[in-house]
Design a protein around this ligand. Sequence first.
Ligand code: ADP
Length: 457
Amino acid sequence: MFDKILIANRGEIAVRIIRACKELGIRTVAVYSKGDTDCLHVQLADEAICIGEAPSKESYLKIDRIISAAEVGDVEAIHPGYGFLAENAHFAEVCEGCNIKFIGPSSAAIKAMGDKIAARETMRKAGVPVVPGSDGPVDSEEDALKVARKIGYPVVVKAASGGGGRGMRVAHNDPSLVTGYHMARAEAERAFGNSTVYIEKYIENPRHIEFQILADRKGNVVHLGERDCSLQRRHQKLLEESPSPALTNALRKKMGKAAIKAAEAVKYVNAGTVEFLLNPDGGFYFIEMNTRVQVEHPVTEEVTGIDIVEEQLRIASGEELGYDQKDIQFTKSAIECRINAEDPFNGFQSSPGRIEFLHVPGGHGVRVDTHAYGGYTIPPYYDSLVAKLICYGRDRRTAMDRMSRALDEFIVRGIKTTLPLHQLILKDPNFRRGRYTTSFIDRLLISRQPLVSGAKE
Ligand code: ADP
């Protein structure tokens, strides 16, 4: 096992990784920007090195500064967390070249999955079902229209290097496709510096079901079950749960096998997530693989009792898994609510600022992963996640009741958060019955809107 590692990240995930390291006796070096001097990960790590100005382009995305910090800190490995450089194949390559272990898959696997068009092709060849769509990139309006006529509307234009729901436009007819094509390209160029787009059939009312994978260097691959991440806003997840109320054991087995096949197709090592869309008719399609730890990994940890970050560290240091699929037990039901600094009733406008008062819930079956504390200021430069509230119990009903209770206990004063939206979700009869798809949150918010005064029924 490593003696000392650097964490190339900030906020709650840096805190999460530091905690795993402490339990394993690994010393930690934190990096931070000038906007993060008060951030908890800086306090909790054994050492902390400032790597630049607050905007992430001048700090957390600066490969040379992070490598210099790794040299100064004399570490053996770097954990990238999620976001920032976590899925940057070049960064993984630089680490490999500097003899610093990258705690994640090989740069080749990141590359293979990072380009979504190439990933679709790899999956198709490996026999994993993909959403019907264009064979490769779509380079012109004419090309886009041709593909749409072939597969039929609705379609979705997606960025080849997409992430975070950006560079994605749904089209229901020719004119909206032409507009959507140009908008998706422009957004992809702005967000990822790459305007390449492709087209997929837009699956209506699907569920987002993803499988957590662990793989070691010897080629052992297991899955830790699924997470249902269908509750989204703007194609970004808000609430996740496991097991999914939509999966039968037979379907779970089938999808789990497909997920393992996907990982094996790119000789995947370390923790990763294979994402699928599930059709109301039971058909499922690969959409992408995330080659890093996910925000929602605690859900799986509480269901299986496996510490995913610890497994990442063990695998990267060369240990074998030491168990196989049949050893993995799914003993609990777990739900995660993302508490973001956003106003859910005003277009999810971000609401950074000072937290005047914070009280986090506790008690049996409640876990809170956060870097926030009373008096802490959520900086405007990074993502808006304030805390992850995870509740678990012997079955879904217990997890839901516990979540409702914990949400009522959670107090964040000074900023707007997604807490009231989660309270609404947990009270919704369809959610309680496990009946929801990716359009659930939009519908819930629309149903809350008061009728415009003077409007006729
Ligand atoms: P990103 O990498 O930006 O997160 P994904 O490909 O993972 O993009 O898709 C994010 C979300 O967008 C999915 O969970 C789903 O809700 C929606 N989505 C993506 N592709 C499709 C599709 N072909 N049909 C319907 N919804 C889709």
